[in-house]
Design a protein around this ligand. Structure first.
Ligand code: PEP
Ligand code: MG
Length: 325
């Protein structure tokens, strides 16, 4: 099977009825990047920048961060990388950055909350990213956005750094695309603003599922209790697709569910045309989608979402569909 997947590396991810799906991979360290070539991913859909910080013993300086991003872009050889601004806190601990202990770290002072309260850390990172992408496109997204105001504040910080670097004569990126991760349920009631203001949106299904179901992603006892393929979560994802399509906002999903074949099939049926996953999942997901008839899948999946007294779970329907096709 491994050989079979390798043979698919250069095959375009297009379904049997002609739907193209962008398959990207998740990464965080330079050692991950050779996987681009090996997996056939078209780019890095999620670059977890906090990993550089998590393995360091002191806060990486601006020039160290810049060099790291340059190396990553160089290794990607022109394939796009979507960087994610530092997502510290919760399950992502930085040993030399100690904040007061919290009773609920997942809900605590983390990611954008921390970044906006201590803008020095984020501004340093923005400076490094802007410098490293001089002359090309910078794609950058912000984690754990809870209110649109936070995204606006982040955009302002980027603009400030752009102004600063241009005054000092730096070569600026040709284009800066700023995205928001949709991983906190509060954004579901700000979808219109979100889709209007963000240059792209990436669903962080790990956290979105954790917060929606109020079940700790790190605690198997509760995280496996509810199914991401249940109607609850799929309805939510469908609403996101509808909102993105209405505004023409590029949408992707970069949580673990993108890397499992049945959930990935569900995502395509819901209307996702771009997903990002662990590199090892690209081959299996591609071999799932090549023979797929998306029109037929939609006919099974979309009406099933609205059933109020269902006889079958969506997981059952999808696995029957997969077996029959
Ligand atoms: C997510 O939350 O789904 C996600 C992609 O980010 P992380 O797993 O790094 O929190
Ligand atoms: Mg997350």
């Amino acid at each position: 099977r491994q050989e079979q997947f390798r043979a698919l590396r250069a095959v375009e991810p297009v379904t049997s009825d002609g739907t193209a799906v962008t398959l990207q991979m998740n990464a965080g360290l330079l050692v991950d990047l050779p996987q681009l070539e090996e997996s056939g991913a078209s780019g890095v859909g999620l670059f977890r920048t906090e990993l550089q910080f998590m393995i360091a013993s002191t806060m990486p300086r601006v020039d160290e961060q810049e060099q790291f991003y340059r190396n990553a872009l160089k290794q990607a050889e022109g394939r796009p990388i979507t960087f994610r601004a530092l997502d510290i806190g919760g399950d992502k601990v930085i040993p030399y950055f100690r904040a007061a202990p919290e009773e609920n770290p997942a809900l605590g002072w983390r990611a954008m909350r921390l970044a906006l309260d201590r803008p020095g850390i984020l501004r340093t990172q923005l400076r490094a990213l802007l410098r490293a992408t001089g002359g090309r496109e910078l794609k950058l997204m912000f984690p754990m956005v809870t209110e649109i105001a936070e995204f606006r504040a982040a955009r302002e910080l980027v603009n400030k750094e752009v102004g600063h670097l241009s005054r000092f004569g730096y070569d600026l990126p040709r284009k800066v695309e700023l995205g928001a991760m949709l991983e906190v349920p509060s954004l579901m009631w700000q979808l219109d603003e979100l889709m209007r203001e963000a240059d792209f949106v990436s669903v962080g299904s790990n956290d979105l599922f954790q917060f929606t179901m109020a079940s700790d992603r790190g605690n198997g006892r509760v995280s496996n209790r509810f199914d991401p393929l249940g109607r609850t979560f799929l309805r939510m994802l469908r609403q996101i697709v509808i909102a993105a399509d209405a505004r023409g906002t590029p949408l992707t999903l970069c949580g673990e569910m993108a890397g499992r074949t049945l959930p990935a099939m569900a995502l395509i049926g819901l209307g996702f045309r771009s997903i990002s996953m662990a590199p090892a999942a690209i081959g299996p997901v591609k071999s799932m989608l090549l023979p797929l008839d998306v029109g037929k899948l939609e006919q099974v999946l979309l009406p099933a979402l609205d059933e109020v007294d269902p006889k079958y779970t969506v997981r059952e329907l999808l696995s029957d569909f997969a077996d029959a096709n």
